[in-house]
Write a protein that binds this ligand. Structure first.
Ligand SMILES: Nc1ncnc2c1ncn2[C@@H]1O[C@H](COP(=O)(O)OP(=O)(O)OP(=O)(O)O)[C@@H](O)[C@H]1O
Length: 598
């Protein structure tokens, strides 16, 4: 990465696409455009000429103005001070910028992502002695970044050697040299507490790790029905207003990840404002501090052209990988990959590339796959296991899941939580549709559930899904010929499915008790609903009229129990199970008596 700046000239401007003459310029290189010094990136080369996509509006920029090649690709700063930050799509710190340039971001403004003046209390790694062998990722020491996050200061990728010097514990800025590393060629590398990394290049790790650890979100329809694992790839497609934001916020807040990175590439500014206002107010249920202490937001501001959205996903992913390298489990939420794909489409259109499906370029699928490929659970160099789980919201126009972005995404991801407009209209939240959603992790997650919670988890889950499928079939018959056409057993199946839907799947994010449900409570509730159904099924076979079962007050209680008792009150749920057994058993005894000869 040369740091020598080269100066060229602007030839042509087409919206955010600018053609420049700049000898020696490289593909991917960062360029400053015009007198304003707008940020841009070289996306193609034609002889001496380079095509640049700018991240800011080019209004008022004229051919003939200078273009400066910076000599490095789009990269981010990685070091203490990221947590709690709100950055734009090219990692400029929005709160700092607001201080410097007011609410409206002045174009061409250049503010480093990390504060150069703030001092951090650095504690050297006590296991390191002078002469210790260091590799990329070796932990030199730690800094308490926020109340909740310990930031491991690591040797950057590409550097290895012997520890020649390390600074004692103390307060230092990120630019202070804290260690000297002597490499095999005799070159000394002076390391401070941050480094830069090009966003389009995945950060290295030792190897992929195939251990399984479910990402517990506390949401029953996710954890029990369509589970995700740490390091997994998922998508939440949904039509407008179906509840994408709430699903993502619930994951951010309740999942058992250490770090949350939210990348907002929304189209409507007000959605983003909503996120920027809500996240800082959320409390972290695990630490008692604010959720922002372990969260970082990347938001595209409305005065940046759509092409900046394209970069923002890579910027977010690189920071996610950095915390993964410290041994953390990171969840990255990208909202939405549809808007990201539209940015690709716009750039490719301006470049005159041949559109393939619905105007998207032929490389849409491979770009989507490449970004999802960066998710995963890995063995880090020095910090154990870390993971990045990537969950992309997809907003298909008109809710049509067959459009290119949704269908390509579906081929790449393993977990698909499809939001349904019908369910949302019926106020069934989360509106994750159990017919079209899927998870490729059910059998692997089952290993964890069977060991930690109950060996019957997979069986119970399958019974519930089978009941829901029967419900769809039987509802069609009811719609055609009316409920009288159904036998008592079939009507009881409908009742069972309704217990699953209302008692298990529905979960209000606004309900103080039910907003989070531990795995043990999830299983207890599912088991209850299925027990009631199975016991009732047996009674109906004995000849008990369905009306007698439908009048049982325990059905109403089953529907409410999720909100009556918290995850800590499992004994009460067990006690209710006892009541269910008793009530069903007394009906059985009564009917068995009636059947006996007088
Ligand atoms: N799990 C939930 N519990 C309770 N209410 C919910 C839940 N999910 C969604 N809602 C309700 O639905 C409304 C819309 O949800 P949300 O804002 O998440 O939709 P969206 O799909 O993100 O919309 P957009 O298309 O604008 O992004 C919420 O304001 C809330 O009232």
């Amino acid at each position: 990465m040369s740091e020598i700046k080269r100066i060229g000239v602007i030839r042509d401007i087409n919206g955010p696409i600018v053609t420049i003459d700049l000898p020696g310029v490289r593909s991917g290189e960062q360029v400053k455009i015009g007198e304003l010094g707008l940020f841009g990136e070289v996306i193609s080369l034609r002889g001496q000429q380079a095509v640049v996509q700018t991240y800011e509006s080019t209004d008022g920029v004229r051919p003939g103005e200078p273009a400066v090649g910076l000599g490095w690709p789009l990269s981010v700063e990685l070091g203490p001070g990221l947590m709690g930050g709100i950055f734009d799509g090219v990692q400029r710190p929005l709160s700092k910028i607001a201080l410097e340039s007011g609410d409206y971001i002045r174009r061409g403004i250049s503010v480093p992502a990390l504060d150069r003046t703030k001092e951090w209390a650095f504690v050297p790694n006590p296991t390191l002695a002078l002469g210790a062998k260091l590799n990329p990722g070796s932990v030199l020491g730690t800094v308490q970044e926020t109340h909740t996050v310990v930031h491991r200061i690591m040797v950057p990728p590409g550097i290895s050697g012997e520890l020649a010097e390390i600074t004692p514990a103390g307060n230092y800025t990120i630019e202070t040299i804290i260690a000297q590393v002597l490499d095999r060629k005799g070159v000394t590398h002076s390391l401070n507490m941050y480094h830069r990394w090009p966003v389009r290049k995945p950060r290295p790790y030792v190897r992929r790790d195939d251990g399984i650890s479910p990402l517990i979100t506390g949401q029953r329809v996710i954890d029990t029905f369509f589970p995700q694992v740490k390091g997994g790839k998922g998508a939440v497609p949904g039509p407008f207003g179906a509840g994408k934001t709430v699903v993502q916020q619930q994951i951010a807040r309740w999942s058992n990840a250490d770090i949350v990175i939210y990348v907002g590439c929304g189209e409507r500014g007000n959605e983003l404002v909503d996120v920027l206002e809500t996240f800082p107010q959320l409390d972290d249920p695990y630490s008692g501090h604010k959720l922002m202490e372990r969260t970082l937001l990347v938001a595209n501001t409305s005065n940046m052209p759509v092409v900046a959205r394209e970069a923002s996903v890579y910027v977010g992913m690189t920071m996610a990988e950095y915390y993964r390298d410290m041994g953390y489990d990171v969840v990255m939420l990208a909202d939405s990959t549809s808007r990201w794909a539209e940015a690709l489409r716009e750039v490719s259109g301006r470049l005159g590339q041949m559109p393939v499906e619905e105007g998207y370029p032929a490389y849409l699928a491979s770009r989507l796959a490449a970004i999802y490929e960066r998710a995963g659970r890995v063995e880090t160099y020095d910090a154990g296991i870390g993971s990045v789980t990537l969950i992309g919201a997809v907003s298909p126009p008109g809710g049509d899941f067959s459009e290119p972005v949704t269908s390509h995404t579906k081929d790449i991801i393993e977990t698909f939580w499809a939001l349904s407009k019908e369910l949302a209209d019926a106020r069934h939240y989360p509106s994750i549709d159990w017919v079209t959603s899927f998870s490729g992790h059910v059998h692997t997650a089952a290993q964890w559930w069977h060991k930690e919670i109950n060996p019957d988890w997979e069986k119970r889950r399958a019974t519930a899904l089978a009941l829901l499928a029967r419900d769809a079939e039987l509802s069609r018959i009811v719609n055609l010929v009316g409920p009288e056409a159904l036998s008592s057993a079939q009507r009881w199946e409908l009742e069972g499915a309704s217990l699953i839907k209302e008692g298990v799947l529905q979960q209000s994010a606004l309900d103080e008790i039910d907003t989070f449900c531990s795995p043990a409570k999830q299983y207890a509730i599912l088991d209850l609903a299925i027990t009631i159904y199975k016991r009732g099924e047996a009674l109906i076979k004995l000849g008990v009229p369905i009306s007698e079962l439908q009048n049982l007050p325990l059905l109403a209680k089953m529907r409410r129990i999720k909100s009556m008792y918290s995850s800590e009150q499992l004994e009460q749920i067990q006690a209710f199970r006892g009541e269910v057994d008793q009530a069903m058993e007394s009906i059985r005894i009564e009917y068995a008596k009636q059947g006996e000869p007088a």
